[in-house]
Design a protein around this ligand. Sequence first.
Ligand code: AMP
Length: 416
Amino acid sequence: MSVIQAPRGTFDVLPADAARRAILEEHAERILGAAGYGRIETPTFESTVLFSRGVGEATDIVQKEMYTFDDGGGRSMTLRPEGTAPVCRAYLEHGMHKLPQPVKLWYLSSFFRAEAPQRGRYRQFWQVGAEAIGSAGPETDAELILLLADLLREMGIAHTRLRLSSLGTPETRAEYREELAAYLRAHEDELAPEVVARIDLNPMRAFDASDRTTKRTMANAPTLLDRLADDDAVHFEHVRELLDDAEQPYELDPKLVRGLDYYTRTVFEFTSDALGAQSGVGGGGRYDGLIEMLGGQPTPASGWAAGIERILLAAPEPPLAPPQVDLFVALATEDAARQAFALVREARRVGLSAQLELTDRSLRGQLRHADRIGARYVAIIGSEPQISLKEMESGEQSELEPRSVIPTILRGNRLV
Ligand code: AMP
């Protein structure tokens, strides 16, 4: 019979990976907790309408990447592809607008997108994210960006680039799109055919073209940053000032368009060259229209999400301390099993890490196993009333009354 494998684009988190993830989670908890962010966990699936309305009907995520299913009762559900819409739903559902604003929330959860799998791109992946709901100020945007920069730095990711832009309002964006499309049409004969073909669909893509004549034409194209309304431009200026004051380097990237419809004003993305094709480590921005789109009062908000797997791919491997095993209990005879079981439980009760022989190895095999897992002591229980306690490093062995075994180990451990 063939062995069943995990679905394509998914992966198992094995103990060594789990240890690195735990380190990342600790950093996130400390950095975001210190800035007043409280942890939130939302359901793994939501009503499909939350994403079609919140993320945007026309986006790649909603068009192509959602795992959507009938819940058995004729209701359409979707495995969450992102965290911002669910957090905003929870904000509204729990009346968090009545709390002191902004409400600052963070999460670390798994998300699902039906994308073509490759290194750093999976169908189930994890994100750590932070959302500040109820504040319009540029300080909120700058603070969020710096918190993500802190997290990446503390994970030891040395070379990140921060790309920054402002999208203004949806109206500015729509007008700009028209202007850019008109510019491209006026210069059609200087553009690559694939750029011309996409003028109506996505004129912004023209900025990504690599051929020389298109590049030359795009160098003179109008940019959205030049078309921002006055108050949006002032807001962006303040965000930049705060980042400058904090000595956080960034590159202005007027082409930065993020794959979700809800962004307004500030948008940003951290990339790492260590990652290859999927270089985005994390990103986000301001989404002042989203809460209203979900049925709430107009409420400004801002946030980011960063991919756990991408952070771990970009971060250096930390030297992992092997798990400590204070005591391994070996069996010299079969009928020692009950006493061994009790000894292990007692050892754990006083805070020692203890393991029990769980297969039918010979005594020699058990000692070899104890050595391999790095046990400091091995207690050998046989038919004698006394227990043999062996200190593995020195090889010293002594016969002890059963009640003396644990105090001896504790003394050796300098716990008492
Ligand atoms: P997004 O929600 O698309 O802005 O993504 C935020 C971050 O999540 C990205 O910068 C990636 O680090 C990570 N991410 C997004 N999609 C995937 C995926 N399919 N697999 C792994 N990580 C992802």
